[in-house]
Design a protein around this ligand. Structure first.
Ligand code: FAD
Length: 362
């Protein structure tokens, strides 16, 4: 009977935490490394769709997540003048605070998981003494940049994302597309409003000035946006760029990439964390299936390399395509939402031919 695998995971974000819980529950020896092990300071909302909710159910935390989430039914996509371009069903998504989700996942870590808080600067020592190394280390993944041919790095899309929370009750649930900018408003249970915005790259290093720039760029078009921006404060605002990575095969030897490390995507379809959770579940299931097969065959206890190699092939066959598909679709959505020159044409096409699309999910 094969002995439990020794598994090292770099990254305690959504994907690394979910993989740790599932693999440790199957009695593998898991070490989880992260430089922070911290819940994000500003709990902006993630939309979690039914496939991701079924992963949360498998993790045993779905009901806990549901109690702290909002579950709106509809949102609107609007032009800068407020015209409704489309009414979009929410697709049974739960809108959940990112920091609450990470806190719940951290609390659910089995006691058997060894955690280690440190920043990794060299991947080579992480490979030693383990059957499987998992790179769940996000968009700028060191595992990917160190171990994959061509050292694939993330590239910037020339867009700055600002997002935040306010105590204001959400004036509406909407995403407004302007000329070269977008602004979204959603509810955030227990807080009030979650908002997000994309503008052409502009970062000053001061959140106060970044917010002032945002107010100048998107303010004055719609009263709902102005109300949210009036309530926004620098200490509950996050500012960063959008980075994505070209196509990579998520498996190499006994190393595998999960979540953003494998397929960092633009945030415009709200599927990064969803695919990260599904990756974690798929990997754990592939390992479990392969492990079970070897057990039934009576494979010798030193069969770990064969178990890992077959499990990773199975994982890649399941997850490579969906991950890359969402990455490409999200990038296309970013372009359409942020177009400046074709904004008038875009709005006409949307308002006359689509009207109702789904699911609404950013
Ligand atoms: C504006 C915005 C809105 C979004 N909205 C949604 C949404 O509505 N729905 C959705 O599904 N997704 C959304 N996403 C995407 C989602 O946040 C990510 O896809 C998801 O968090 C990725 O999780 P991960 O575990 O792969 O990586 P991360 O969460 O990035 O975790 C990586 C971890 O690795 C650690 N780490 C990295 N390098 C090292 C190192 N060298 N040493 C030690 N530790 C290291 C980091 O500390 C971090 O904890 C959004 C993203 C953005 C930017």
């Amino acid at each position: 009977m094969p002995v439990p695998l020794t598994i090292r995971i770099l990254g305690a974000g959504v994907s690394g935490l979910a993989a740790s819980i599932l693999l440790a529950t199957d009695e593998h020896r898991v070490e989880l490394i992260d430089e922070h092990f911290a819940t994000p300071a500003v709990g902006t909302a993630l939309a979690l769709f039914p496939p991701a909710q079924s992963v949360l159910a498998r993790l045993g935390i779905l009901e806990q997540v549901r109690t702290i989430s909002a579950a709106p039914e509809l949102g609107t996509l609007r032009a800068a003048d407020g015209q409704v371009l489309a009414t979009v069903p929410a697709g049974n998504a739960l809108l959940t605070s990112r920091s609450e989700l990470v806190r719940i996942l951290l609390d659910a870590l089995p006691g058997s998981v060894t955690t280690s808080r440190r920043r990794i600067t060299d991947i080579r020592p992480l490979r030693a003494g383990v059957d499987l190394l998992i790179g769940a280390d996000g968009v700028h993944s060191l595992v990917r940049r160190s171990g994959w041919p061509g050292r694939p790095s993330a590239r910037s899309h020339g867009v700055t994302v600002l997002r935040g929370t306010t105590k204001l009750a959400p004036p509406e649930i909407s995403e407004t597309w302007g000329q070269g900018w977008l602004f979204g408003i959603t509810p955030l249970a227990g807080i009030g409003t979650n908002w997000f915005a994309c503008v052409p790259e502009h970062r000053t290093g001061s959140r106060e000035q970044d917010l002032a720039h945002l107010r100048r760029t998107v303010g004055g078009h719609r009263s709902a946006i102005d109300a949210v921006l009036d309530a926004a404060t620098p200490h509950s605002t996050l500012v960063h760029g959008i980075h994505t990575v070209g196509p990579v095969w998520p498996v190499r030897q006994n190393t595998v990439l999960l979540g953003d490390a494998a397929h960092a995507m633009a945030p415009n379809l709200g599927h990064g964390a969803n695919t990260a959770l599904q990756d974690a579940q798929s990997l754990a299931l592939a390992v479990r299936t392969q492990w079970g097969r070897e057990q039934r065959r009576g494979t010798p206890p030193d069969a770990a390399p064969a178990v890992v190699s077959r499990a990773l092939r199975r994982y890649a066959a399941r997850r490579a395509l969906p991950g890359q598909g969402w990455r490409l679709a999200s990038e296309a959505m970013l372009r359409v939402a942020m177009t400046s020159s074709a904004a008038g044409w875009r709005d006409r096409v949307l308002s006359t031919s689509i009207g109702r699309i789904g699911p609404w999910n950013d």
